[in-house]
Design a protein around this ligand. Structure first.
Ligand SMILES: Cc1cc2nc3c(=O)[nH]c(=O)nc-3n(C[C@H](O)[C@H](O)[C@H](O)COP(=O)(O)OP(=O)(O)OC[C@H]3O[C@@H](n4cnc5c(N)ncnc54)[C@H](O)[C@@H]3O)c2cc1C
Ligand code: FES
Length: 274
């Protein structure tokens, strides 16, 4: 059942740099904010400020509630004007949030092995997913293996929290300063035969190049694989069609779907790579 998104004002509890150009923001919200599912996102902007005009989409990194209020976390990388402005907001500042938005990951607890593949800030939605899966381990039994990649050891965004939820963490760095030297997709490809496609499922989020490579690797391996797609967004609600991407339908035709409403999570085999 889809959650009805709400616009709410929140208060920043903290907004701290974790590693270079990466910030973790914790926001206090009214307790009526709907409980999100992993893979969903929020549109974020500073309250009552008109520049930049459009809110920015951010995956939900963490969420908890008590009887008085809810706490939502976003983990973000500064890429331009909007994220730079977010990084300058101090504790106590008011923030406007629209959400939770999008479909979120479809979670099937029947698999014996869950494989998470995170590139860069793609670790954000996968950390929230890993936390949910970890909680599900009380009732189901499966392994969680995570592949995480970055340029070098000190540029591995979110590694600490992500690792706490996973049975096995496979680290890759471009310069070999930590873990395997090379791309996260290279290590995953080398190790793919460790997993059975029948018993394992994959969730991935990262740069387009990483996801495209996973799609190529999986041509020969019939794993179930869901990826979270990033597109520039305006409304976040499915109204402007600004985020539409071509998707293969089950009957083999191509149709445009909105990343904000029909996604951001799609079956990797349905994506058409430009
Ligand atoms: C569903 C969803 C979830 C996201 N979750 C996160 C998250 O958890 N953490 C995080 O750091 N970022 C996340 N992003 C990306 C984030 O929204 C963009 O980085 C942000 O909007 C850039 O805004 P800006 O004003 O700082 O940069 P801009 O000045 O708008 O753009 C800077 C550069 O980033 C590119 N860019 C902007 N928006 C996007 C986008 N959506 N996808 C790809 N490239 C883009 C631009 O083309 C430009 O090259 C998410 C995006 C989506 C769609
Ligand atoms: S951002 Fe408007 S339809 Fe997706």
């Amino acid at each position: 059942m889809r959650i009805t998104p709400m616009v709410m004002n929140g208060k920043i509890i903290f907004n701290e740099q974790t590693i270079k150009e990466h910030f973790l923001m914790r926001i206090e919200l009214p307790s009526s904010f709907p409980t999100p599912v992993p893979g969903q996102f929020v549109m974020v902007r500073e309250k009552d400020i008109q520049a930049p005009l459009l809110s920015r989409p951010m995956s939900i990194y963490g969420f908890e509630r008590n009887h008085n209020c809810s706490f939502l976390e976003i983990f973000y990388h500064i890429t331009g004007q909007g994220t730079n402005k977010l990084s300058l907001l101090d504790k106590g500042k008011k923030i406007s949030l629209l959400g939770p938005l999008g479909n979120g990951y479809s979670i099937n607890l029947d698999f014996k092995h869950v494989i998470l593949i995170a590139g860069g800030i793609g670790v954000s939605p996968l950390t929230f997913l890993a936390a949910h899966l970890n909680a599900a381990l009380k009732v189901s039994s499966f392994e969680i293996t995570a592949y995480i990649g970055g340029r070098h050891g000190c540029a591995l965004a979110g590694l600490e929290r992500f690792s706490t939820y996973c049975s096995d963490i496979r680290i890759c760095t471009d310069d070999g300063s930590m873990g395997y030297q090379g791309l996260v997709t290279d290590l995953f490809e080398r190790e793919i035969n460790r997993y059975s496609a029948k018993d394992s499922c994959i969730y991935a989020c990262g740069p387009e190049g990483m996801m495209r490579r996973i799609a190529e690797v999986l041509r020969d391996f019939p794993f179930s694989c869901q990826i979270s797609v990033e597109e520039r967004m305006a409304c976040g609600l499915g109204a402007c069609l600004g985020c539409a991407v071509p998707i293969k339908t089950s009957s083999g035709t191509v149709e445009y779907q909105r990343v904000c409403k029909d996604g951001p999570v799609f079956d990797i085999r349905r994506l058409i790579w430009s």
